[in-house]
Write a protein that binds this ligand. Structure first.
Ligand code: SF4
Length: 284
């Protein structure tokens, strides 16, 4: 569904979007880098409002969140579009293509959430939740109004501007934030972004809601013990109890290197555990 977008301003006949740090400058009829926000007659519109491409009841551990409502299940939904361009994306068919979708109004999704037994809430996952910000914000706010006991979870790359993040944070119970590397050149080349904003998101969120961090260790690209150590040192400077998930890369989408060695994964866990109390390996 096409809806008015938030966080933008006009610059002549162009629009500057300020939802994420890309700050796209969008001409009439054009789209931003995320492919879901477009300039229509001088107004910024989002085209994926309520457009759900994937829906499932997942164990909370699959997000992954190991220290938040363990053993529970959560209604998990995603749309299409992303503001990163990771070559190893596991969800590229919805992140970078216009996948088939079905519209759920916020009310319909909340009703679905309430009808499922043993469901703790709604997780916005599969694609980047900030990329359908307006829908996530409307739904989270309404869910907290009608049944505040339900949880709202975001699984995110953390690439969002401070203003929209501040606005949505009061409705969020937990987040899993990707910290894909500790190097700017990795973020530039592999993800198409700037690490500074991701670190700022983690710093802003860690004491406002429950957070856990995921780093996908990609064979030969970001899996040195030095880099993992820098990640662990950064997180421990905020709170030694932030859980870190080191997940193993497998070939996908545009990157076809062999999977990361188990040995490398174990060494990474060893070094991270010197600084953090909870370090987990995933996909091993
Ligand atoms: S949300 Fe989309 S349009 Fe807006 S700045 Fe980010 S990539 Fe560009």
């Amino acid at each position: 569904m096409i809806k008015d977008a938030m966080f933008w301003e006009k610059h002549g006949d162009r629009i500057r979007c300020s939802l994420c740090p890309h700050n796209c400058n969008i001409g009439e009829g054009q789209y931003g880098l995320c492919s879901v926000r477009t300039n229509i007659e001088g107004n910024l519109k989002t085209i994926n409002y309520g457009e759900i491409t994937a829906i499932a009841l997942d164990p909370i551990e699959k997000k992954p969140l190991y220290h938040f409502c363990p053993g529970s299940k959560i209604l998990s939904v995603g749309s299409f579009g992303c503001n990163f361009f990771c070559g190893f994306c596991q969800n590229y068919s919805i992140a970078h293509y216009r996948a088939e979708s079905r519209y759920f109004s916020p009310e319909e999704l909340i009703e679905t959430c309430r009808q499922i037994d043993d469901n703790i809430g709604i997780a916005f996952t599969y694609n980047e939740p900030s990329i359908w910000y307006e829908y996530v914000c409307d739904t989270a706010k309404k869910l907290k109004e009608v049944c505040p006991q339900y949880k709202v979870v975001l699984v995110t790359n953390g690439y969002i501007q401070e203003k929209p993040l501040t606005k949505i944070l009061p409705y969020i119970d937990a987040m899993n934030i990707d910290l894909k590397s500790f190097r700017q050149d990795y973020y530039n080349k592999i993800c198409g972004g700037d690490i500074k904003y991701v670190l700022e998101t983690i710093e802003k969120c860690y004491d406002k809601c429950h957070i856990e961090i995921t780093t996908l260790l990609v064979n030969g690209l970001n899996d040195t013990v030095e880099e993992v150590e820098r990640i662990a040192v950064f997180l421990s400077s905020l709170d030694k109890n932030i859980p870190l998930h080191l997940t193993r890369y497998f070939p996908n989408y545009k990157i076809h290197r062999p999977p990361t060695d188990i040995d490398v994964m174990q060494k990474a866990r060893g070094v991270a555990s010197k600084y953090l109390n909870y370090v987990y390996l995933g996909n091993v």
